[in-house]
Design a binder for this molecule. Structure first.
Ligand SMILES: [Zn+2]
Length: 459
């Protein structure tokens, strides 16, 4: 039957590293293009973007160049640390451009490492962070001062978010990041003592650890065809209560349009042209009816693809934010169970790489918030109560999409494959809460089968 999970050796949560802070390359959630740089283990981290206008952005870009020059000539008017994108690339600053050139590769501003600067916060008459820092975030007046060089107004929403971060115990450590193309970010690292580690230290054998109830459990199931299904419960001795159930469908990739544009750009003919025009959104169709050159087609394909990538990143951030809110409501005293087994090669919404990237983002968030994350594999076709194989009920949903539901003739419960998998993930990871969760499901036999019309034969 289902894998009963104490916590096997291989997946024990690693303790936070001791010492050596500041020398390691921090995990950079949402910053690097490469998921490899989001490292396993170590601290949690998060990135807060500071929105600036085009004028400030170009000033920041010049400041970047100036600071790199200062850092290399050891003129430390402002304390500057040039961060390294990966530990293996030990050439900071503009040497990146030099080494790329030697390899015959061009360098765009995106390839250059950001500058890290120490930062302190002023809020309610107190100072937080690095007291010697030249960069000051004044939360009382919503201003960022980069030494005496620049003063940048901050959005109110960001100031409120920063006040919340500073109120965490322990508070995160911040660095101000300036990128070569003038983006400004606050990078926060945090490794609170996770509550399950406290529990572990009280037990000789971690396998026997019982997670304390009450507890919040969040089940996340990834499926590259249907999206990410999330369920969450508050479990106490009195029973379980569902607090969240939603499917997060990633933005669809306009693959057909991109391919049609590329193919037209490669070797244009009237048939391909008609296909492109048919696939284009209406507002672009009229504009391009006369002026669709191969150059334009190629650049449009690139633009559409980049736009799609941006949408995906935004979507991932919103998903992680939603999970963070649920974890933070209970001060990190939560377990996140992730089932990432729902990968189908013919999936249409995201690739396996994208699925893994989301899992890593959730991991980095969980470390930052002090929550317990555990990966597992669940067969969504099996009954969450008895583990028997469910009976399939395919149904045509909105937009003609076929959705497959399952039902169990023994237990009289119905479930959607993905919600069933999220629920099953929680059962597998938090056996301490399983009896309450099972009782809840028996009382709500249709709760995991949203929008299912029960076939009359099965009623
Ligand atoms: Zn059953």
């Amino acid at each position: 039957m289902r894998e009963r999970i104490g916590v096997p050796m291989a997946s024990r949560p690693r303790a936070a590293p001791t010492g050596g802070r500041g020398t390691d390359v921090p995990a950079q959630e949402g910053f690097s293009q490469s998921p490899k740089s989001i490292q396993d283990g170590g601290e949690g981290s998060r990135m807060l973007q500071i929105e600036v206008n085009a004028e400030t952005r170009s000033k920041l870009s010049s400041l970047y160049t100036e600071l790199i020059r200062m850092a290399r000539s050891c003129d430390s008017k402002l304390r500057v640390e040039v961060s390294f994108r990966t530990t293996s690339t030990h050439n900071g600053g503009q040497d990146v451009a030099g080494s790329r050139k030697r390899m015959g590769r061009s360098t765009s501003s995106k390839d250059l490492p950001p500058i890290q600067m120490p930062v302190k916060f002023k809020y309610g008459g107190r100072v937080y962070g690095d007291v010697d820092a030249d960069c000051i975030v004044d939360l009382d007046s919503c201003l960022l001062k980069i030494g005496s060089v620049m003063t940048i107004p901050l959005r109110k929403g960001l100031c409120e978010a920063l006040k919340e971060e500073l109120s965490l115990s322990p508070p995160p450590l911040f660095k101000l990041l300036i990128t070569a193309d003038g983006e400004l970010k606050l990078f926060a690292r945090r490794s609170p003592p996770p509550w399950w580690v406290v529990v572990r230290e009280e037990c000789d054998d971690f396998k026997d650890v019982h997670l304390p109830i009450p507890i919040r459990v969040v089940g996340v199931s990834m499926n590259n065809r249907t999206g990410v299904a999330v369920v969450a419960f508050d479990v106490s001795d009195e029973g379980a209560k569902m607090i969240y159930l939603a499917r997060w469908r990633p933005p669809g990739k306009p693959q057909a349009l991109i391919e049609a544009l590329r193919s037209y750009a490669e070797k244009p003919d009237s048939e391909k042209r008609e296909r492109v025009l048919r696939l284009l959104p209406e507002r672009l169709r009229e504009r391009l009816r006369l002026g669709l050159t191969t150059v334009r087609a190629r650049s449009l394909a690139r633009k559409i693809e980049r736009g799609y990538e941006r949408k995906v990143v935004y979507w991932e951030r919103r998903l992680v934010h939603q999970l963070r809110v649920m974890v933070r409501e209970v001060k990190g005293r939560a377990v996140i169970a992730v089932d990432a087994s729902g990968f189908e090669p013919s999936g249409e919404t995201n690739s396996q790489g994208a699925t893994l990237r989301i899992v890593r983002r959730i991991e980095v968030m969980a470390k930052y918030e002090g929550a317990y994350l555990r990966k597992t594999r669940v067969e969504g076709e099996r009954c969450p109560l008895c583990g028997g194989l469910g009976v399939r009920y395919p149904q045509r949903g909105k937009g003609g999409r076929i959705r497959v539901y399952y039902g169990c003739g023994e237990c009289y419960v119905y479930w959607d494959r993905d919600y069933g998998a999220s629920f099953g993930a929680v059962l597998a990871v938090v056996p301490e809460a399983a009896s309450q969760l099972r009782t809840w499901l028996r009382g709500h036999p249709l709760a995991l089968a949203r929008n299912l019309e029960i076939p009359s034969a099965a009623r």
